[in-house]
Every structure is written in C-alpha cells, then in structure tokens.
Design a protein around this ligand. Structure first.
Ligand code: 5AD
Ligand code: SF4
Length: 439
C-alpha cells in the first residue's frame, strides 16, 4: 500500500505555492495525500513566521503531531517554511518529536530525507538555495496558477522577518518563466499570478537586466493566458512603465496591491520603507491617471514602535484619500531578530487594539462604498466553482479581484458575463447574462 502524507499550510501565497510543489514532489515519490493526520505516515507543516498569531496557531497543531508520533514512532513529522527557517536547529530542541526541518523552497531536501535510509535521525536543512522551476507541482486550482519569479528579498524593513527567512533576492531567468507560462497555458491555465517577496524588483540581478514591465509583456504575449496578476510589489519600485502596463497589456488585470504599512513619513522612515507619504500618494495618483478604474488594495500595520496618535491619524488620512478597495490590517508584532523588536518605545496593547478597530471601521466603510461602482455593470468573471455560501450558485473572480457569487450555467474555467446586482465590502452578487453567452 502506498505511503500517505498530510500537509498543513500557513502564511502567504508564496507558501501555498511551495506547498503545491511539496505535494507534487510527494505524489512523484508515490505518496498519497490524506485528509486527516491520523491516517498519515508523514505529517508536514509549511509554516509562517510573519506574526505571533501564526506561531500560536501552529503550536496548537504541533501538539496533535506530537501525540500521533508517540502513538506510532514510525511516523515522520516534518516542518518546512519560514518559521522553521527562523528557528533553525532550535526546532529539534523545542520540539523533539520533529524528524525533519527545512527552510522555504527547500522541498528537494524533504525528498532527500524521505528517500534516505536514515529516517530515524533528525535532519535540518537551512542553507538558502536558489529556486528551481523544474520541481513538479500539484496545482490546487485547475485554471489559475502561481509562478514564483524570484526568491528572497533585499529590503531591510525593520519589522520584517522575511529577509532572514528567505535570503537575498534571486530572479529566475526570463526564458524559464516564459516556458513555464507556456506549459501552464497548454495545461489549461487561464490566469497566472507572479509571485515574489518584492515582485517588481524582478530582474535587477540578471545580466542583462530585465525590467519587470518587460517580463509582464512577455507573459502577456503567451497564448491562452487571459489574466495576469502579481504580488506583492514594493511602492519604491512601482515605476511608471509598470503602471502603464496595466493600461496597455490586455491580460494584466486592473488591480494593484500596493502595501502602505503606515501613512506617517516618520514611521515609514523607522520602518525603512524608503518612501514618504507623499511619494506613496504620487504613485497612487499615477495609477489613477493611467488606469482610472484600477482596484487598489494594501497592507497596513498599526502600533509600530513610536507610533503617536498623530502618526496613526496620518494613516487614516491616507486611507481616506486613496480609498482602497480592500486592505489587510495587522497589529505590529515584534519578531525575534528584527530591529523593530528592539525599539524601546513599543505601543501598549490596548492602544494598538483601539487603533486597529478605528482602522478596520474606516477600511470597511470605504471598501463597501467603492464596491458600489460595480453595481449595474456587466463584468467578466473567471468561474472557479460552486459558491461557498450557496451550492446552487457559482463563484468566480473579476479582473479587479473581487469575488462574485452568481446564478448561471457557466462551468469552472469559463469566463462568464455577469451582471452585478449588489455589493458588500468583500463580495459581489449577480446573475450571468445568458444573452451574452448565446451570442
Ligand atoms: N508585525 C505585523 N505585521 C507585519 N507584517 C510584516 N511583518 C509584520 C510584523 N512584524 C505585515 C506587513 C506585510 C504583511 C504580509 O504582513 O503589512 O505587508
Ligand atoms: Fe510568507 Fe512571510 Fe509567512 Fe514566510 S513569513 S510564509 S514569506 S508571509
């Protein structure tokens, strides 16, 4: 009987994509995926270290793995990803039941371990290695794919643990990426999301250099890829050529995720973001000029060390000015080994909570208002499957990256024309326009 594995993923899209590669590799080794840890011979976690809340959730899950390992010592417990990388060999001291630990992107090392004869010895793999596109991949979604275009990050944001967990930035060769996009298109993929920790600084380490906008144009030209997205860019590298590409390239969607982090230039400086409030707003103005209907989303941290009421007010001011289509909001969480964790002027927790509430209220109010512009429009929706809330309805996404629940007859992978009837801060509701379908 084939051996089985169970895999739990935490964190960002990059990790979800790494997990697809892990799954692809385990499939190739003859392992079968199962839905419960009890049934699994190999229990795997792909971990995140971005915030403390992620650590806490993971530790709960690890408790179960410990019990199962005790029950059957032949089981293998593996921890990969950023949190594992940040602890390195300490993983084995803190969690003695773990057999194998590895950093992000080191999936081949997991295979090496599983194929070796020494399954009983604990092994850790934490050396950074450059990405390889040749790993097999088991896509979670049939018509949409991620493509990792670079690994690591050269930024030095003072709050962020990623540079220490994913190493320095290395771009994958452009020709490999185009070939991968072609292979994905041939396999039925209609939408590609390019992934990188700092996706729009792609190509600076290549010789000759390749501007990110050029890569976008090359992927846009691949037949069959009808939608192209990327995440996450850094505002400092959001140059005019990239913004113009959104207006010029047919597949490049009208959505830009532009992490703000703080609206106060003082705090931005302490975060080492290398842009000021004004420079950020200038980028937004340029987006609005070239792509007036573009959805803009963001990430914001509240309660960064030293954040005063006035600093926070400036964040709210930027939120009001930009009018984001949605925003991910985070309470600052000190991460071991980052500079901001050592800053003396930490903001008390109740103050952080109160600011968070005010921010979330503003973000939701504006997102709801912004979404109303879609009501009455007919929009192209890439159908993903049944609606999560009502199995009689379909679910899909617009180019603006809004989820739509709608009634209709389209199939997953189709582009449906949907008339939007109503909108909340997070989702749209509508009906497929069948006339358009017949014509
Ligand atoms: N505390 C809180 N939020 C953080 N982020 C990154 N590091 C931290 C931290 N230490 C947020 C940023 C980033 C998003 C992925 O997570 O907003 O853009
Ligand atoms: Fe992704 Fe960052 Fe979490 Fe790593 S630490 S999984 S890069 S969000």
């Amino acid at each position: 009987m084939s051996r089985t594995y169970h895999l739990t993923t935490f964190g960002c899209q990059m990790n979800e994509h790494d997990s697809e590669r892990m799954a692809g590799m385990l499939d190739q080794l003859g392992y079968r995926r199962v839905d419960s840890r009890e049934e699994a011979d190999v229990i795997l976690f792909n971990t995140c270290s971005i915030r403390e809340s992620a650590d806490n959730r993971l530790i709960g899950h690890l408790g179960e793995a410990k019990r199962l390992k005790k029950e059957n010592p032949d089981r293998v417990v593996g921890i990969g990803g950023c949190w594992s990388q940040s602890l390195k060999d300490e993983v084995f001291e803190r969690f003695p039941f773990v057999d194998v630990a590895f950093g992000p992107g080191q999936i081949p090392k997991l295979a090496e371990y599983l194929l070796s004869d020494s399954l009983s010895a604990q092994m850790g793999y934490f050396d950074f290695e450059s990405v390889s596109g040749s790993l097999p991949m088991r896509r979670e979604r049939e018509f949409q794919a991620w493509m990792q275009i670079s690994q690591g990050c050269n930024c030095v944001c003072s709050y962020c643990i990623v540079p220490s967990t994913r190493g320095r930035e290395v771009s994958r060769p452009t020709a490999d990426l185009v070939a991968e996009a072609e292979a994905l298109a041939a396999d039925g993929v209609r939408e590609i999301t390019l992934l990188g920790q700092n996706v729009n600084s792609y190509g600076r380490d290549l010789r000759p250099r390749v501007p990110f906008s050029e890569l976008l144009a090359m992927i846009d030209a691949v037949d069959g890829i009808e939608r192209l997205r990327y995440t996450s860019p850094h505002p400092k590298d959001m140059r005019e050529d990239v913004i113009r590409a959104h207006a010029e390239l047919p597949s490049l969607c009208e959505h830009i995720h532009l992490p703000l982090q703080s609206g106060s230039s003082t705090i931005l400086k302490r975060m080492r973001r290398t842009y000021s409030q004004q420079r950020y707003l200038d980028r937004v103005a340029l987006i609005r000029e070239h792509v007036p209907d573009c959805a803009i989303t963001t990430d914001i941290i509240v309660g960064f060390p030293g954040e005063t009421d006035d600093d926070f007010q400036q964040t709210l001011d930027v939120v009001e000015q930009v009018r984001y289509d949605s925003a991910f909001t985070f309470i600052f969480s000190p991460r071991r080994g980052t500079d901001a964790a050592e800053f003396q002027d930490q903001v008390p927790h109740p103050v952080k909570r109160e600011r968070m509430e005010r921010l979330v209220d503003a973000v939701q109010r504006i997102a709801t208002e912004r979404a109303q512009r879609f009501v009455g429009r007919e929009m192209d929706v890439l159908v993903e499957g049944a609606s999560r809330t009502d199995p009689d309805k379909l679910r899909g996404r617009t180019r603006h990256n809004k989820t739509v629940n709608f009634s209709g007859v389209a199939q997953p992978g189709d582009f449906a024309r949907v008339e939007i009837m109503s909108a909340t801060s997070t989702t749209l509701a509508g009906e497929e326009s069948l006339l358009a379908r017949l014509s």
